[in-house]
Design a protein around this ligand. Structure first.
Ligand code: GUN
Length: 283
């Protein structure tokens, strides 16, 4: 039996349509939810990502403004601009596209964003809120993965979840979100001995390493849910994830494809966070 697909495109479409409805409700109260995106430099991938973010926003009725600056912008000038946006009541979300040029301290830049407008969920205050279960913004990628699990009605309580990868943006927050839903969580990483021994125990595996074929069929318990956060290119230049999709789908119960899985969900959750920021500001 082959795994059922968790269709990220379809779920993201549903979420965008909910966002559109909630945006209209805010607009009816005279509030235009607004996201400010800052891009420094001309990294081609960042240009594509930020364009997508603007288009997604526009499509759902959110107002997104993209500010682009040359790569030699000073850090002080960037921090100044963030302070101005923090103080602007018409701006609900602020997103500084990463990576930043090397002369800038990305942590310092992110910590300058008001936590109330941190729709990326990268601020230490957002991370702290997630750790302690307080309201705050969740990073979009793991948040999208949780929505995918919810969409198939998967009850995490008492289940064993294995997260492969420990980045601040995906692996660590993913583990905390799974824990909050009462899963027993293992985080595996580059120093983990015998990864397969862990993944074979897992009811849910989230692969977030950024390397092809991190998870193969022999490493998966029959029927497990497999979420693939990876975005890599194979030898033919085609987009692929961290999971050996064709092999693993023969064993897993559910699997997310790449493309069309986690990617569109990450984009959708940014809209949710921005809308949520606007709704909180209006309370
Ligand atoms: N660069 C790649 N992905 C992201 C993201 O989700 N947010 C920001 N700010 N930069 C990124």
């Amino acid at each position: 039996m082959t795994a059922q697909l968790i269709d990220g495109n379809a779920l993201a479409r549903r979420i965008r349509s909910e966002v559109t409805g909630r945006t209209e409700a805010l607009k009816a109260r005279g509030i235009q939810p607004a996201l400010s995106i800052i891009l420094v430099g001309s990294d081609p991938a960042s240009q594509v990502y930020t364009r997508h973010k603007v288009n997604d926003s526009t499509e759902t009725g959110l107002k997104a403004t993209l500010e682009t600056y040359p790569a030699d912008l000073t850090e002080a000038a960037l921090l100044d601009r963030i302070h101005t946006l923090n103080a602007d009541p018409k701006v609900h979300g602020i997103l500084v596209q990463l990576p930043l040029p090397r002369h800038m301290d990305a942590s310092k830049v992110i910590e300058t964003i008001s936590p109330a407008k941190d729709v990326d969920g990268f601020h230490v205050a957002s991370a702290g809120a997630l750790v302690t279960g307080q309201p705050g913004f969740w990073p979009c990628t793991p948040y999208g993965c949780m929505k995918m699990l919810e969409s198939i009605g998967f009850d995490l309580r008492g289940k064993h979840a294995v997260v492969i990868g420990r980045s601040n943006i995906v692996g660590k927050p993913m583990a905390l979100m799974l824990l909050q839903k009462n899963a027993t969580v293992t985080i595996c990483h580059s120093a983990t001995r015998d990864l397969k021994a862990h993944t074979l125990q897992a009811d849910v595996v989230v692969a977030a390493v950024g390397k092809r074929n991190v998870l193969t069929a022999d490493m998966v318990k029959p029927g497990a849910v497999v979420i693939d956060v990876g975005m890599n290119r194979n030898d033919e230049g085609k987009l692929c994830g961290d999971v050996d999709f064709e092999g693993v789908r023969q064993v897993a119960g559910w699997i997310t494809p790449v493309p069309g899985g986690v990617g569109p969900m990450t984009r959708a959750m940014l809209l949710v966070n921005t809308l949520e920021a606007a709704e909180r500001a209006a309370r």
